[in-house]
Design a protein around this ligand. Structure first.
Ligand code: FAD
Length: 471
């Protein structure tokens, strides 16, 4: 008989919960087969999100091949693709996978469990992607937490699952290779992978991910608590893209940090960020409609602006607010954006441009190489004050003050907005206040080389406050 290991957002051969369980539970006469399903309906071709993910898939498939676990790509909606697979390989009687606990993935998994049972394929699934699964941390009365701090207080007391150092290769087993039966699919995949820009292919794989993690532990964690707020300092771990694909195990991250002597309080601040990831995962599972509906029901009737002009200015980094424009350029150029900037640009879109947070969320979902629906929707609803922020709607970031505080000498702005490179620091955060003679002197005419602010922050502040108060 044959047992399939269905990989998804767990692109690694080490500390992979389902894979290790499969290897430990299998009988000696059972063959193992690596599977990856590509559902063309799910692809967001041409976006950075899609390209970064498939760059990781390509690398993983090469790594798996080296470890003698060839990956069989099956193409189509999951039921159809597995039906074809089962017809081609009737000996497939068991399947292992790491389940998705929220969003589209959860619905797919539920449907697939029915499918597998109909086809007499025994399915075994595991929680692998998070330190704590969505039902693990509840209030004493059994209800789900709604705000972060009490959730975190419980989270930090709980023992974390172990990092299992075993790799597929340690079991001394060779995976089955039926790829000649799937030539059409191989061709489809080769064409898909050929579209991935080469620059994205460098930022993939376990070794790369471990490099980021080690650098962070050795050099950065001790000052993380302070540095993490300043976009010009590379003070964060930059591992989000690897957690999103599962190239790096969250347990490896947690335990390496926890076992290291580095960091002190700063390390706890970092571990708390990993808790946010679990928290938003749980919140999404509890609020399955949250991609389209405000979590706080009282704000579902808010009349957000659908004005495309404002949205376009924000996307094309032409808002006239230097820190916002710099953040959006970092996103558009690299596919990653510093957390402080994600908060600033999301607050700006919703609270200064009064634009629907769903439009911002959708844009991030295309552009982010670390796109994770739970964290992204959670972050956007937090910024729009419609989600889990414990502070009421009057948390409104002043983009100019944010720039002055978190990029006080303008290093980050000057790097990403070269039009402003020579603007004296006194005007860098408000170029519209620069006298014309200085504008000419530094070669940056406001209104021509760099836009005037597209809104008046104080005026928009009053507008958003009345919008919320009216609810
Ligand atoms: P570090 O500061 O080194 O943190 C380590 C890890 O902790 C991160 O990799 C991430 O997994 C987790 N983490 C940190 N902050 C958060 C947070 N606020 N919420 C959830 N997890 C967190 N993160 C994503 O991974 N994907 C997204 O699509 C995403 N969208 C966001 C949208 C908005 C509007 C906001 C405000 C935040 C969003 N975040 C998202 C959270 C955060 O910005 C990123 O996780 C972080 O910037 C990634 O960089 P890092 O790995 O260097 O983070």
């Amino acid at each position: 008989t044959i047992t399939g290991m269905w990989f998804r957002k767990d692109l690694r051969l080490v500390d992979n919960t389902a894979l290790i369980a499969l290897m430990k539970e299998r009988n000696v006469n059972e063959s193992v087969m690596g599977i990856f399903n590509i559902n063309p309906l799910q692809l967001k071709k041409g976006t950075l999100n899609h390209q970064a993910f498939f760059a990781a898939v390509e690398e993983f498939s090469q790594e798996a091949e080296k470890a003698e676990l060839p990956i069989h790509f099956i193409v189509g909606e999951p039921e159809k693709a597995f039906e074809t697979l089962k017809k081609a390989i009737p000996e497939l009687t068991k399947i292992y996978f790491n389940r998705d606990e929220r969003g589209y993935g959860k619905k797919r998994d539920e449907a697939m469990l029915t499918f597998f049972s109909g086809y007499k394929i025994q399915a075994n699934h595991f929680q692998d992607s998070h330190l704590h699964g969505v039902t693990e941390i509840k209030k004493d009365n059994g209800e789900a937490f709604k705000v972060f701090t009490p959730y975190y207080n419980r989270w930090k007391k709980l023992r974390k699952p172990l990092f299992q150092k075993e790799e597929f290769a340690d079991f001394g087993v060779k995976g089955a290779d039926f790829r000649q039966l799937f030539k059409e699919e191989q061709k489809y995949v080769s064409e898909l992978l050929a579209e991935i820009p080469t620059e994205l292919k460098g930022e993939v794989g376990l070794q790369r991910a471990r490099g980021y993690l080690s650098r962070f532990i050795d050099k950065k964690v001790a000052s993380y608590e302070v540095d993490r707020d300043y976009p010009a300092i590379k003070g964060t771990s930059r591992i989000s893209r690897f957690l999103r694909t599962g190239e790096l195990s969250i347990r490896e991250v947690y335990h390496r940090l926890n076992e290291s002597d580095e960091g002190g309080n700063s390390r706890d601040t970092y571990l708390k960020e990993l808790c946010w990831r679990d928290f938003y995962n749980m919140i999404y599972a509890e609020n399955p409609e949250q991609q389209t509906l405000e979590i706080k029901e009282q704000y579902r009737g808010l009349h957000w602006n659908q004005n495309q002009g404002m949205l376009i200015a924000w996307k094309e980094r032409k808002t006239g607010f230097p820190i916002v424009d710099a953040g959006m350029r970092q996103l558009n150029q690299t596919g990653w954006m510093h957390n402080r900037l994600r908060m600033i640009v999301a607050s700006f879109l919703t609270k200064d441009l009064l634009t629907d947070w769903r439009l911002g969320e959708a844009y991030f979902s295309q552009q982010l190489v670390d796109y994770d629906s739970a964290s992204n929707i959670g972050g956007w609803q937090w910024a729009a004050s419609t989600g889990t922020d414990a502070v009421p709607y009057f948390r409104i970031f002043n983009p100019t003050l944010q720039g002055k505080k978190f990029d006080s000498d303008g290093t980050f702005i000057r790097f990403y907005v070269p039009e402003l490179a020579n603007v004296p620091i006194a005007y860098l955060h408000e170029p519209q206040k620069m006298p014309l003679d200085i504008q000419k002197q530094v070669g940056c005419i406001v209104g021509t080389d760099y836009p005037e602010p597209i809104v008046d922050h104080q005026k928009m502040r009053s507008e958003i406050l009345s919008l919320f108060k009216g609810q």
